[in-house]
Design a binder for this molecule. Structure first.
Ligand SMILES: Nc1ncnc2c1ncn2[C@@H]1O[C@H](COP(=O)(O)OP(=O)(O)O)[C@@H](O)[C@H]1O
Ligand SMILES: [Mg+2]
Length: 367
């Protein structure tokens, strides 16, 4: 019997985290996981105080989850209660657990729509989520979240000016659009934009977050480079539409993250505008832009296709009226579930990534 790590993670994702009531995988409790033949060794990290009873039921739940699914497997669980040396908190944004960039090859594929609805879906699932909109050429996030025309406050902290993120639907949000007007944006050059991004990461009062979603400009440029030089990303999500022409550009964006010198894991691909279903023919799917690009891109990046989002009028309207589809009471439950499922798929990939790969390193700056 060959047991794969992700099968074990799948089994452990049924074990409840005693502190949040969610599962131990998506809450990031798995410190390490080793599988040698039929011996499975798992370390859980809990720096909070757990009662003796919580500890033993957690132990028992992990062992039975694995041994039930893999009869013959032997499960050793170790509960670690302290951060190890080398687990030093990040120097920038130590209060943010996972930083995830959302990129695309081209503009207009729905990158911001996906960033916003995905972030809100993760928030609905109990995670603390923030959004950083780094796409100055088309900063649509203020409009999508009903924050258009607003300016963040500046707060003095020990003599240093800090930016206070705005808030929408219980999420902290910062956007280039709050700082620079759209018509001014086009004349700003790369280095100036990169400077603003750095400030958003270094001089912004981000609260404790499980996930910070960064909506990147399309393509590969100064912003992408500055990002990987400033903070260690958990990984990147690529958004594409189903057309073949979109894939060619998306591959370039993906390959930048995969360069050996950058080495940011690809967490997965979201295919947006995958099909259209008219309201009066709910069973019909019209593949207006063709099929298969998302899957193809995911395979090329050795990553998962996290989900497919059809063309939906309410998604587009949500982008216009400041109430995204996921949090709009009028949105069809099945459409909300599509975003929820996307959120769950992403978190599963985050946990697999964290259990199987070393933390990302900040890219060094050569001068
Ligand atoms: N699944 C979808 N269904 C309907 N309209 C969508 C969908 N995804 C995006 N849109 C619309 O397409 C346009 C471009 O989306 P946007 O998220 O701004 O793209 P990007 O950030 O990649 O430039 C917006 O008007 C948005 O509302
Ligand atoms: Mg956008």
């Amino acid at each position: 019997m060959k047991i794969e790590k992700d099968q074990i993670l799948q089994a452990l994702s049924k074990v409840q985290d005693p502190l949040t009531g969610r599962d131990i995988v998506s809450t990031g409790r798995i410190r390490s996981l080793d599988v040698e033949d039929t011996l499975v060794k798992c370390t859980l990290l809990y720096t909070e105080n757990l009662s003796q009873q919580q500890k033993s039921s957690l132990h028992f739940a992990c062992i039975s989850a694995v041994e039930q699914n893999f009869p013959g497997a032997q499960m050793h669980v170790h509960l670690e209660t302290q951060l190890r040396q080398g687990d030093q908190p990040r120097s920038i944004l130590p209060q943010v657990r996972e930083i995830i960039a959302v990129g695309s090859g081209k503009g207009g594929v729905g990158k911001s729509t996906v960033s916003v609805n995905l972030a809100l879906a993760l928030k609905e699932q109990g995670l603390r989520v923030g959004i950083l909109d780094a796409d100055l050429y088309g900063p649509s996030i203020p409009k999508m979240l009903g924050l258009e025309g607003m300016r963040p406050k500046i707060k003095d902290v020990h003599g240093k000016a800090k930016i206070v993120p705005l808030e929408a639907f219980g999420m902290p949000v910062i956007s280039m659009g709050f700082i620079v007007d759209a018509d001014q944006a086009v004349v700003l050059r790369g280095p100036r934009l990169a400077g603003i991004l750095k400030q958003f990461l270094q001089d912004c009062l981000w609260p404790d977050l499980d996930i910070l979603i960064i909506d990147l400009p399309p393509g590969t440029g100064d912003i992408q480079l500055t990002l990987v030089q400033t903070v260690p990303l958990t990984g990147a999500v690529l958004v594409t539409t189903p057309q073949q022409v979109a894939v060619a550009d998306a591959i370039k964006a993906m390959n930048m993250f995969r360069l050996p010198s950058i080495d940011v894991p690809i967490l997965g691909v979201v295919e947006n505008m995958s099909w259209f279903t008219p309201a009066e023919l709910p069973e019909n799917r019209y593949y207006l832009f063709g099929q298969g690009a998302g899957k193809q891109l995911a395979e090329m990046g050795e990553a998962e296709l996290l989900g497919q989002i059809p063309i939906i009028q309410s998604v587009m309207e949500g982008g216009e009226n400041g109430v995204p589809a996921v949090v709009n009471q009028e949105t069809d439950g099945r459409e909300v579930e599509r975003w929820m499922s996307l959120g769950r798929s992403l978190m599963k990939q985050v946990e697999i990534r964290n259990a199987t790969k070393d933390p990302t390193r900040i890219v060094g700056i050569k001068s």
